[in-house]
Every structure is written in C-alpha cells, then in structure tokens.
Design a protein around this ligand. Structure first.
Ligand code: 5AD
Ligand code: SF4
Length: 469
C-alpha cells in the first residue's frame, strides 16, 4: 500500500482541494502518512497570491532534494496555483520534481500519481478549463466534520489589476444548486452542523445561469441538521441588497461577513479596478449594519500599491478606524508578473510599505483587542467543532466566527451549540468555560486518530489567506 502526504499553502479553497485530492487517493487505496519524510508521494498544494507565498514553495522544494536523492522512487508533486502559473518552468528548473498539476486537474490526481509511480515519467498537466459557465464536482465525503467548507464555484471575472487569481483559476464557473444542496444534505446526515460556501467572487455565484447565491442560501437554510451557514469571499460591488437583507431575515445565516475594501482611496481603488468608491463601500457597511446590527465584519487591505501616497494611505487608515473590523488581514502589495499593476512597476519602497503595514496593524489590531476584551464576562452560543492535538481541550466558534478555547467542555459537547462565558481575551485568542458543566471539571484527554491532512504550511498571520479572493 502506497502512502501520501499533503502540504498545503494558501487559502481555504486550497485546503478544500487538498482534502478532495486526499479523499480521491484514499478511495484508490492510498494511505495518509503524517510524516512527510516517510511518504511515497508528497504533494505540495501551492499559492501564488504574493511573491512570498511562491518563495515558500520553492524553498520547500529545495529542502526535498536530499530526500529524493536518497529515495529516487518517491514522487514529489506540485499542485495548485503555482503549478498553473509556472508549472512547466518549475519542472525544468527542479530536476527532482516529478509531477505538476493545476487547479483544474484536481480530479485527475489518481491517474497522474499512478502514472508517476508506475512509469516514473515526469509530467505537467495544467490546462485551465475555460469553457462554459457551469461545472459539476460532487463532494467526496469521507468523514464529515462538524463544520465543513464546500467549494461552489471557481475562477474570477474581475481582473483587479494586482491579482493573479483570474490567471491561475480561470473564468467564473458555478456548480448547480441541486448538486450543492445534495452535498449539504449528505454532510448533514453525517453530523455536519455548519457549512461555509467557498468561491473567489461568491456574490456572483450562478452567473450565466438562472440560479444565484440568495437562492442557494435559502434552500440550504431549509435543510434539517444544518444550523449555521456562512460564505466567503464577497466583493463590495456584487453584494446586492437581497444578500444583505438575508442577514436580517435568515437566523441560520451567521452574522459575519468578510468584505475586503483593499484601499480607502478612490484614486487607488480606480487604479486597482475595484469598481466601487470608498463612499459606496461605506454605504454597503451601513446597509449591512441596518439589516443586522451585530454583524461582525472582516476585511482585506493592501498597503503600498504602486503610486500610493501618504495621504491616500491615510484614507485607508481612516476606513479602518471608521468601520472597526472584527478582523482585518493586511498585506503589503506584491507585484505579480502578468497582472496589469505589474506593468506600473513597484514604486513604493519596501521600508515605506513596512511602515504603513505596521501603522495599519496598530489600528486594526487595537480595535480587535478592544472588541475581544469587551466580550469578557459575557455569554455566547458556541458551536463546538474541534479538539486540540493533545486531545485535551475543545474549541468552537461564536456566531461572529471568533474561535473560543473552552476550559471544561467534554466529548459530549462536540457538534453541539453550548453557552460559553468568556474568561480570557487577547488580540489573538479567547478562552471561556461551558456554563452547563462545573468549571473545575477537566475532562480526560481522549486519543484522537490522525485523520487530518498532515502538516500545513507554516503561514504567518499576515500571510494567512483566510479565504479565497
Ligand atoms: N499583493 C498583495 N496582496 C494581494 N492580495 C491579492 N493580490 C495581492 C497582491 N498582488 C490580497 C488581497 C486579497 C487577499 C486574498 O490577498 O487583499 O483580498
Ligand atoms: Fe490560489 Fe488565490 Fe487561493 Fe492562493 S489565495 S491558493 S492564489 S486562489
């Protein structure tokens, strides 16, 4: 029996793709090996959103050379966005790399790996499927988790000038509501309580068909067993009033939304081709808060876009201050070859980008810390969904999607929504206790089988792309 190990970089969609590839290989008889150095096949699922993300992949590939020298029959593969962007060059440059596949070859992983193992041939398979507006990809469900992610569409038609995604994930395509609802129903039957729909530009789900995101949310809402619904990532231009209203009318749709604004300056937004103004963004925020007053908002920001002046950057700080985000992911602009912004050059010096990142972090993290501290002593309905690696402490999420470590929850709470009172809060972590059990009760650790994806790429908080674009 051959063993496989996945190393995953980048966004939640990549995590989903890795899980899918893993499940497909498992149905073919492969077994997951938690130690990279012992696996017959190592697949690195990659991200090319910023230069740094690509460097991590290249440096990991470098580290794998001695392993391949020692065990030439092992297979090393690169999947995902880097595979799509520079796959062929990578195969030429890295002699110990055996296999490259793009995001549209996920479902061919079985035959590609078999081919590499049996024939020993080096292969690139990275053709984007750019035909039509729909595609089918029923979930491969092995061990449904309490909270599951589900990709419902792929690609992006927006072409923001800084972004590589349309080049590596292709044009927008959607799965049908019938297929998605069928997946969710099967997940719910196996115990899934929360579903998070994934798409790079999710508000336009169904484009070119007679289906849309509001319809999908409504039909999912009607399913027994599903108690919480979320979706990522929204685009301020495409988030319509119908979707905003649902936050006020559908109790299972959690009061949390990730709505990247990228820059607070209208001039920069124009250069980014974001298709909205700062004022329009703030109007969407006001409409969301009107429909759902306690909605938790998160965002993405890029600092140091080519030509960004100090005054323009101040406008970004101003939006961060005005809105007060529950969570903000802040990035230094990274030029991506092939994008329109790349041609503008990379004018803002690194030291200024660094300084702006720091100043934006001070504001955003300060707000996040205050918000977390304000939760102390209050009670929240927490869906228990995880157990730490030691098998000791359970954790779960509030409706606003904050992760809470629970002092005294036992095994029986897994998959349940329980009331938790907050006892500790910093910018990075929250802790509380289950009010339905004695506070001193410390449940015994339980042995947990290793069923996860092995190790994930070490991603710094700034590099963590929580959601696809
Ligand atoms: N440089 C820096 N950040 C980027 N993002 C996308 N492209 C780039 C780039 N070239 C950020 C955006 C997006 C998030 C996922 O990554 O903020 O919303
Ligand atoms: Fe690809 Fe973008 Fe996801 Fe990175 S964040 S893996 S570039 S889709």
């Amino acid at each position: 029996m051959k063993t496989i190990h996945f190393k995953t970089f980048g966004c939640q969609m990549n995590v989903y793709d890795s899980e899918r590839m893993q499940s497909l290989l498992e149905t073919q008889g492969f077994k997951v090996e938690p130690e990279l150095a012992r696996a017959d096949v190592v697949i690195i699922n990659t991200c090319s959103i910023r230069d740094k993300a690509e460097h991590k992949v290249l440096s990991l590939l470098g580290q794998l050379k001695p392993l391949k020298d020692r065990y030439p029959n092992r297979v090393i593969g690169v999947a995902g966005c880097v595979g799509q962007r520079i796959g062929r060059t990578l195969l030429q440059k890295v002699p110990h790399l055996d296999l490259v596949l793009g995001p549209d070859q996920i479902d061919e992983i079985g035959s590609l790996v078999e081919h590499a193992l049996k024939q020993g041939k080096r292969t690139v398979s990275a053709k984007l499927d750019d035909s039509g507006r729909t595609y089918s990809q029923p979930a491969v469900i092995h061990r449904a988790k309490v909270s599951e992610f589900l990709t419902i569409m792929k690609g992006c038609d927006h072409f923001c000038t800084y972004c590589i995604v349309p080049f590596v994930r292709g044009r927008e395509k959607s799965r049908s509501i019938a297929e998605i609802v069928d997946d969710v129903r099967r997940l719910a039957l196996q115990g899934t309580k929360e579903i998070t729909f994934l798409g790079q530009n999710i508000n336009t789900y169904g484009k070119g068909t007679d289906e849309n995101l509001a319809m999908l949310i409504e039909q999912t809402h009607a399913l027994d067993g599903i108690e919480r619904i979320r979706y990522v990532t929204s685009h301020p231009r495409d988030l319509g009033q119908d979707l905003i209203d649902q936050f006020g009318s559908l109790p299972k749709l959690m009061p949390a939304l990730h709505l990247p604004f990228q820059s607070g300056s209208n001039n920069i937004l124009k250069k980014m081709s974001r298709l909205y103004t700062r004022e329009q963004y703030l109007e969407k925020i006001a409409a969301l808060r009107k429909a759902c007053p306690d909605i938790a908002l998160s965002t993405d920001v890029i600092v140091g876009f080519p030509g960004e002046t100090e005054a323009e950057f101040q406008e970004t700080l101003d939006v961060l201050t005005q809105v007060g985000f529950s969570c903000a992911y802040l990035f230094k602009y990274s030029p991506r070859p092939g994008t329109r912004a790349f041609a503008l050059g990379d004018e803002v010096p690194e030291s200024i980008k660094e300084d702006r990142l720091k100043r934006a972090q001070d504001i955003a993290f300060g707000y996040m810390e205050n918000e977390n501290k304000a939760m102390l002593g209050k009670r929240y309905p927490v869906l228990v969904q995880d157990l730490d690696r030691k098998g000791w402490r359970y954790s779960g999420r509030t409706p606003s999607n904050k992760l809470i470590h629970i002092e005294n929850a036992g095994e029986a709470t897994m998959g349940k929504i329980i009331e938790v009172e907050m006892t500790e809060a910093t910018v990075a972590s929250l802790r509380g206790y289950y009010v339905g059990a004695p506070r001193t009760q410390r449940p015994k650790p339980i042995a947990i089988p290793r069923t996860d994806l092995g190790s994930f790429g070490a991603i710094t908080p700034q590099e963590r792309v929580p959601v696809p674009l």
